[in-house]
Design a binder for this molecule. Structure first.
Ligand code: 6GU
Length: 254
């Protein structure tokens, strides 16, 4: 897979794309990354990429021409380029979107800055994404978050093929619950013991404890996930009790 970014700050990507799992995946040829500097498609002496909005209002917008010229150049370089614009007005990114994007051959991320972009630039977007309900100063961090979430799903990127399937939010195994608590040595740390069951070697009891812990943590920290979780009838009853305990009679939205 090749991932590219169009940005006014190409340097922001350097460390992230060369460190740890992403760095190793690039070295192994599991994915390629290239950042394009939007200013390379400007023609004036100041390499201007922004301008004031028609109709007035706060701040500056990204101009359409440099983006259009850059995309006219970059997109046709190889067939089937999936173009993703980052904007707080995009659809919310999640694990399902990461899994869908991980099957693309080539993705180009377009990173917005300033107060946004001339609307006509979005004609190039196959989709628009946001990484959550808060406002960032630009789409670069969002592009790095999404790249990280995609690359770790690519075969061979993580040492152990299992590890990307077993975690929080993975559509399979955990059934939409948060991950259970985990511990490593020492067995006692400053008076806090590792749960006895985990030292027992009884794998059935351990699996049962983990499932219950996952249910409890989800009810406590992310009750909004419970409706979509894959629960047995017994677990549904237990979830209702846990949500009542942690959140009183409020519905999760309140
Ligand atoms: Cl993609 N861009 C900006 N500027 N802010 C965001 C975002 C994106 N996602 C969440 N907040």
């Amino acid at each position: 897979m090749k991932i590219e970014a169009l940005t006014v700050f190409p340097g922001m990507f350097d460390d992230v794309m060369s460190t740890s799992i992403l760095g190793r995946a690039r070295e192994r040829g599991i994915f390629e990354f290239e950042a394009h500097d939007l200013r390379d498609w400007t023609h004036d002496r100041h390499r201007t990429v922004d301008d004031a909005p028609y109709g007035g209002g706060q701040g500056m917008l990204m101009k359409v021409e440099p983006i259009a010229e850059a995309l006219d150049d970059i997109i046709p370089r190889t067939p089937s380029c999936h173009v993703v614009f980052f904007t707080p007005c995009g659809a919310r990114f999640d694990q399902h979107v990461a899994e869908r994007l991980a099957s693309q051959e080539r993705i180009l991320f377009v990173c917005g800055r300033y107060e946004g972009m001339d609307e006509r630039a979005y004609a190039y977007a196959d989709e628009c994404l946001s990484i959550g309900d808060y406002v960032l100063t630009g789409g670069e961090l969002a592009a790095m978050v999404v790249t990280d979430a995609i690359v770790r799903l690519l075969p061979g990127a993580l040492g152990d093929e299992q590890s990307s399937k077993d975690e929080s939010f993975a559509t399979g195994e955990r059934g939409g619950l948060l991950e259970y608590a985990q511990y490593t040595r020492p067995a006692t740390f400053r008076g806090q013991d590792v749960p006895e069951v985990l030292l027992s070697g009884d794998h059935a009891r351990i699996a049962q404890w983990r499932r219950h812990d996952a249910l409890e943590r989800t009810c406590r920290w992310r009750p909004d996930l419970i409706d979509a979780a894959d629960l047995t009838a017994e677990e549904c009853l237990e979830a209702a009790v846990l949500i009542e305990r942690y959140h009183g009679s409020h519905t999760p939205e309140e």
